[in-house]
Design a protein around this ligand. Sequence first.
Ligand code: CA
Length: 226
Amino acid sequence: MKILVIEDEAKLARVIEESLTLARYDVRVATTGEEGFFLLSGEPFDLVVLDLMLPGRGGIEILSAMRARDAAPPVIIITARDSVEDRVRGLDSGADDYLVKPFALPELLARVRAMLRRGGAETVLRLRCADLEMDLVARAVSRAGQAVELTAKEFEILEFLLRHRGTTVTRAMIVRDIWHEVARVMPLDNVIDVHIARLRKKIDTGFGVPLVHTVRGIGFVLRAHP
Ligand code: CA
């Protein structure tokens, strides 16, 4: 499986390349949009990991150009943390999934595997668990057809739980992937509990089956059965 990584931050490009190579993918790296264009027009790729903020020809331009062609490979965009507009623009421009920087490499590998498994046929614009639905482009959540208002942080936590639905998400994973901090796992425990409690109140209270479950001493799991 051939993957093209278009990322201008040399250090990040290198660690992505290393971890994908270790996972036995055939990886090419482009550090500018132009180089990305050049490689894309020269050989076929199974997947593209695309940074949106590139000097010169930006990620959105590359996406649009790719989508204008037939048989473009699926694209996972990587965006800066607070640029929600970019993320939406990326998905609108035809990206299939996205990751927010800084992300953990196992998370990237999981997305790559998922994308290649389903052949990129279905864009991840909606996430579901039972009657809970999340629209990633509109950034809207509903349960049993009823709109649920979430804060940005609650949305991020729920998105993470939905992407891992059915499997336990540890507190360390939440700290790493949502708070983007590795060093202070313990002091964040209370903060996570508060957010989870609020999330529960919004998506579980008043609805039939509780979806957010605590896994004692480990973390949380989102699933429709107890
Ligand atoms: Ca960049």
